[in-house]
Unconditional design. Structure first.
Length: 219
């Protein structure tokens, strides 16, 4: 049990402690506060679009040096990104090892972006082409001149559009160059499918292919 004296001393000490803590908050003053490390808040630096007294043109933001390339935008592989060799000529080879998965990806991208105008078989009779009044039908991929076209030129057309401007550029929709090359491979597969040599069909599958061909001929 605490004696009355001990209780009074404890209350008195607690009162002084509370008063001391309250006094730490300080009082209103017109003097500027003490800033121990001001350079962290008031750094000598430029901010975007602000005026500069250092450069002659008065601009803070500087023009990048000629030849500057943003990170991830180098695109130095001319064959992959442009479908051309170092001499500027269109290449006639896919610039990477093509797999069945790539061909399936090409079919998927073709069906999404190309069939509306070119149709699934590549004859230029897609829904958009047939329903658009006054629109010139896209050419058939099965015309001889398209069969002779270099793969790089097909890639360039997909990326940048046709010279006639009838077909727009699709590099903004099909952003991955590998996907555009996959579409090129699938277009070439479509061309070959319409001019296939029966002798290349395995013997065990010829009868089924012949029956399918006859069935389609009746339609």
């Amino acid at each position: 049990m605490l004696s009355p004296t001990h209780i009074r001393i404890s209350v008195l000490m607690l009162t002084f402690a509370v008063a001391g803590l309250t006094g730490c908050r300080g009082s209103i003053s017109r003097e500027p506060p003490i800033h121990l490390n001001p350079n962290m808040d008031t750094q000598d630096k430029y901010k975007s679009y602000r005026k500069s007294a250092f450069f002659k043109d008065g601009r803070t933001m500087r023009t990048p040096p000629v030849g500057t390339v943003a990170r991830g935008k180098l695109r130095a592989d001319n064959a992959l990104w442009r479908g051309k060799a170092t001499d500027g000529q269109f290449i006639d080879k896919i610039p990477f090892t093509l797999t069945m998965k790539d061909l399936e990806r090409g079919r998927d991208r073709y069906n999404v972006f190309c069939t509306p105008c070119h149709d699934k078989a590549g004859y230029g009779k897609g829904t958009v082409a047939l329903r658009s009044k006054g629109m010139m039908n896209p050419p058939s991929f099965h015309h001889p001149r398209f069969g002779e076209m270099a793969l790089g030129q097909i890639f360039d057309t997909i990326s940048n559009g046709s010279p006639s401007k009838l077909m727009p550029a699709y590099r903004h929709q099909i952003t991955n160059p590998n996907d555009r090359w996959a579409v090129v491979a699938y277009v070439r597969a479509l061309q070959r499918s319409q001019h296939a040599d029966r002798g290349l069909i395995p013997v065990g599958e010829r009868s089924a292919v012949d029956a399918e061909f006859k069935q389609r001929q009746k339609k």
